[in-house]
Every structure is written in C-alpha cells, then in structure tokens.
Design a protein around this ligand. Structure first.
Ligand code: ADP
Ligand code: MG
Length: 254
C-alpha cells in the first residue's frame, strides 16, 4: 500500500537579478494530495503535461522530498522500489555492453563490491531474454535502436526485482511491437504480485491494461476505475465543494 496524506510539492527557484539580489520563488505543483493505492494495483497516472505526473513519481521513488504532507508504504513495498525515469539515461558514447547495463540492476541486490555469481549472470540473461535482447547480449550500446534501449532499461528494472515499479511514460517514442511487448511484461510482473504505477498519455492503453486510474489536474486529483466518470478540475470548476478524498475512498470501497 502507498498512502499519500495531504502531500504537496513546490519547486524552489532562485533567480539572480542583475547579480545584486537573489530572489526565491516557488512553483507549486502538487497540492493537498491524499490517496491510498492498495498493494498489487496496476495504476495509470494520467493528466495533462505539467500536471505533476513526473514529480509525483519522483516523490514516491524517493528522489524528491515532499514539501508538505506524508508519504507511507506498506512493509512489503519498503525498500523495493524500481523507477524508470521519463528521460533516457544512457550515455551511448560510453563503451559498455548490453549485459553490463542490465547487470547494473544487481547493484541494489548485491551492493557495489560483491562479486557477481553465476546465478546472477543467469538472472541477467533471463531478463534480457524476456525483453527480447538476449541475441544482443555482448553488443555495444551504440548498436541499439531507441526501442531496444527502452527494452534494455526494462531488463535492468526486471533484474532489480522490485515489488513497486514506477514508470514515467515508458511507451513514448517506441514502436507498436515494442509497446505491446513492454505491456505484456508489465502484465506479467503484475500477475507475479508487483504494484505498478505508470505515467502515460494514451487513454486507450490505460483503459485496456490499467484497472485503476489516477488523474492529476491543476487542483483536483481523482482516483477511479475506467468505468467510472472522469472527474477533472475543469469539470468541477472553481469553488466546487468536491472533495477528492471522498471520491477516492468511495472508489476503493467498491
Ligand atoms: P508532467 O510529468 O505531468 O508533465 P512535471 O511533474 O514534469 O509534470 O512538471 C510539473 C510542473 O513542475 C511543470 O509546470 C514543470 O514546469 C514544473 N517543473 C518540473 N520540474 C521542475 C524543476 N526541476 N524546477 C522547476 N519547475 C519544475
Ligand atoms: Mg512527465
């Protein structure tokens, strides 16, 4: 379970005006966000650009500390979080092999200085096979296409063996076959007991594959199943007495 209680986040910005004074301003992104995500949920995180999807995932991943409120995890998820950021992280100019990149997922499990065992090697190869890259195991990063690089990032995530997977727009800029394969892998992980939260824009993928939806708007967040009405900040309008926390507990009780 992931519990957000009145969570808020504001980016602090320091701008130097003519090198005389530093002025500090902040951009409030998330505000008063309360929701509970049960273990083994498969969640689509939706909302327009700039609504705070990436910020929320970074907070859950522990990369950003909330400015307000609390974030809590069930015992099962604590310390078992895998995160795939929105931007590709690979510097393809570094001469490193497909195997070596996937094996980086072992660091969380093994620590930096312990030797890789033959069981570890088998695990890395197994995950490369699952993403369809085993035939490229000894190839260099430079030889991979964009879709193959995304498959490799998935393989590294699978090697980590996390119970909570956070993925930030993983289907962007990949072809349809890659997208289908990645969705199949996510479904498999879900069936194996993982909790999965995926930020995305594609409503039909969300409807087909993700039983729970979180919509981020400017002010209001709604957690819903695809069958229920989508409640957005715009529909509610300013000054509405709508309380998102009520909707969320209603949905979860169904
Ligand atoms: P989304 O992923 O839904 O597009 P983000 O979480 O990336 O939204 O961004 C939410 C808001 O926060 C946007 O207005 C964005 O400009 C702002 N923002 C994101 N990252 C930073 C940052 N490092 N510094 C200042 N503002 C930021
Ligand atoms: Mg984003």
């Amino acid at each position: 379970m992931i519990r957000l209680e009145k969570l808020g986040y504001a980016y602090r910005q320091i701008s130097s005006v003519a090198a005389v004074t530093d002025t500090e301003s902040s951009i409030s992104v998330l505000h008063n966000l309360s929701l509970v995500i049960p273990d083994q949920s498969m969640v689509a995180l939706l909302g327009p650009n700039g609504s705070g999807k990436s910020t929320l995932l970074k907070i859950i991943a522990g990369e950003l500390i909330p400015s307000q409120g609390h974030l809590g995890f069930s015992q099962e998820l604590q310390g078992a979080i895998g995160y795939l950021s929105q931007s590709a992280q690979f510097d393809v100019s570094i001469p490193v092999s497909v195997f070596e990149v996937a094996a980086m997922g072992l660091l969380n499990r093994r620590g930096l200085f312990s030797a890789i065992t033959s069981a570890d090697r088998a695990r890395v190869r197994e995950m490369l096979a699952r993403v369809g890259l085993l035939h490229l195991v000894n190839h260099n990063l430079q030889e991979l296409s964009g879709g193959q690089l995304q498959r490799l990032r998935f393989a590294r995530l699978l090697v980590e063996g996390a119970k909570l997977l956070l993925l930030d727009e993983p289907f962007n800029a990949v072809d349809e076959k890659t997208q289908r394969d990645l969705l199949r892998l996510l479904n498999e992980q879900h069936r194996a007991g993982c909790t999965i939260i995926t930020a995305m824009h594609n409503q039909s993928i969300a409807n087909l594959h993700f039983p729970l939806h979180i919509y981020l708007g400017r002010e209001i967040v709604a957690l819903s199943t695809p069958a229920t009405a989508i409640v957005t900040a715009r529909e509610q309008g300013a000054g509405s007495s709508f309380n998102p926390a009520e909707l969320i507990s209603y949905e979860l009780a169904r």
